[in-house]
Design a protein around this ligand. Structure first.
Ligand code: ADP
Ligand code: ASP
Ligand code: MG
Length: 410
């Protein structure tokens, strides 16, 4: 007998029949003698619909009210799932994020979990109940309702699994596991048997939407045994674990990509100590996430600075930079939107020089220009035009032979 945390995403709870299907999955774990905590997302595209409605009402909806609105989606699912469980004879209780003790920092729209008061959930488990928790939401010390960022239900589930010391956390979704790249974009993408926490963290951070990056962070930090699998098809999924199964001769494990990237260039900055720190401190204080940074010296003690941001942050970034033009002493700003980031990821890169060169070669041979580059020990990211994104992924997938190899046990 153990404790299992199961998480079901939007598609998996997309209608009443699917909620009944989820109830059966929960029943199977219960019948196997386990305690079960279930975390669910809003039904289908509910969150998108709510976002669209808010934007129809207001071009820049208030962030507190946005979280108040979006958290309603998950609240619908928890109550319906609890009812579906009751109907098949399983004692269950639903909790919103705050009822389940999810404490977050005071940031609307993208809050981090800072603590979980687990007692209430544990008391209900001790009574033999299945506890159904609303994903993606929490509460601040001031009592304000927050959300964890899009896709954040994964993080609710893994954080609960960590704090409750669950034996397993299963993420049920609409694909059968983690693939070499998004199987909805590249038909030759192949399911991985296992992937390491570090590789998964890179893939998730670089745009592989199958797992929320902070969920992987929690899983790694607390060694939570995690599996991504399908809620519809009964087959083994992908394990995310410390030592991933090795793949023969394979340096690159997966390809991640994301669109909606903008490059900002500040021209004519003073080339003196402290310039970068003033700019990036200012952006950080305004909660603007900067990704790739390129600095280049020009003549007469000046420099240019390019950095990439999410296009959604473009207005805020320009507002902040413009309001502080005098202090930052740049001459002008240039922006280029309509960009995308394509990244190759694999632990094998550490000991294999030349992977970046091969990536650049493949892109060049396919007429894909590279606008920015960043590397780490286990990834290489390139910024390209959005129109070239899918082609870039496809040709890299082929060049690094990602559809060909088979997983083998280490
Ligand atoms: P859920 O609502 O269950 O959380 P998501 O839409 O958030 O589902 O995540 C699943 C989706 O992630 C898949 O439908 C797929 O399109 C996308 N995805 C992106 N990269 C990958 C990948 N490498 N492997 C599997 N799925 C991926
Ligand atoms: N419902 C939220 C979203 O669509 C959270 C999640 O599904 O994980 O982003
Ligand atoms: Mg998701």
């Amino acid at each position: 007998m153990g404790l299992i945390v199961q998480k079901f995403g939007g598609t998996s709870v997309g209608n009443v029949d699917r909620i009944r299907n989820v109830a059966k999955r929960v029943q199977a774990e219960k019948n196997a003698g386990n305690d079960v905590v279930v975390v669910v997302s809003a039904m289908g595209k509910t969150t998108d619909v709510l976002v669209d409605m808010a934007r129809e009402i207001s071009a820049f909806p208030n962030k507190r009210e946005m979280d108040m609105l979006l958290t309603t989606g998950e609240q619908v699912t928890i109550s319906l799932l609890a009812m579906a469980l009751h109907d098949i004879g399983i004692d269950a209780i639903s909790y919103t994020g705050w009822q389940a003790g999810m404490k977050t920092e005071s940031v609307f729209g993208n809050a981090r979990i800072i603590d979980i008061e687990k007692e209430r959930v544990q008391e209900q488990l001790a009574l033999g109940k299945v506890v159904v928790v609303a994903g993606f939401q929490g509460i601040t010390v001031e009592g304000e309702i927050t959300t964890l960022g899009r896709g954040g239900s994964d993080t609710t589930a893994v954080a609960l699994a960590a704090i409750l010391k669950a034996d397993r956390c299963d993420i049920y979704t609409d694909v059968t596991g983690v693939f070499t790249t998004d199987p909805r974009c590249v038909s030759t993408a192949r399911k991985l048997l296992s992937v390491s926490y570090d590789e998964m963290l890179e893939l998730a951070n670089l745009g592989a939407g199958v797992l929320h990056p902070r969920a992987v962070e929690f899983a790694k930090n607390y060694s939570v045994p995690l599996e991504v699998r399908s809620s519809m098809v009964m087959e083994q999924g992908t394990r995310i674990e410390e030592e991933a199964t090795m793949e023969q001769n394979l340096v690159v494990r997966g390809i991640a990509f994301e669109d909606g990237i903008t490059r900002i260039t500040l021209i004519g900055l003073p080339h003196i100590v402290g310039t970068l720190s003033s700019i990036f401190t200012l952006l950080a204080k305004n909660h603007i996430n900067v990704d790739i940074i390129i600095q280049s010296a020009t003549s007469a003690g000046q420099m240019n600075l390019s950095f990439s941001i999410k296009s959604d942050d473009l207005k805020d970034t320009i507002d902040v930079l413009t309001a502080n033009k005098e202090q930052l002493q740049y001459e002008s700003i240039e922006t280029e939107s309509g960009l995308a980031k394509v990244s190759i990821v694999g632990s094998g890169m550490v000991s294999n020089p030349g992977v970046a060169a091969e990536m650049f070669d493949v892109l060049a041979n396919n007429g894909i220009g590279i606008k920015m580059v960043s590397t780490s020990e286990i990834k290489v990211s390139t910024v390209v035009e959005f129109e070239k994104m899918v082609k870039a992924v496809e040709c890299l997938h082929e060049a690094f032979q990602l559809s060909e190899t088979t997983d083998v046990k280490a």
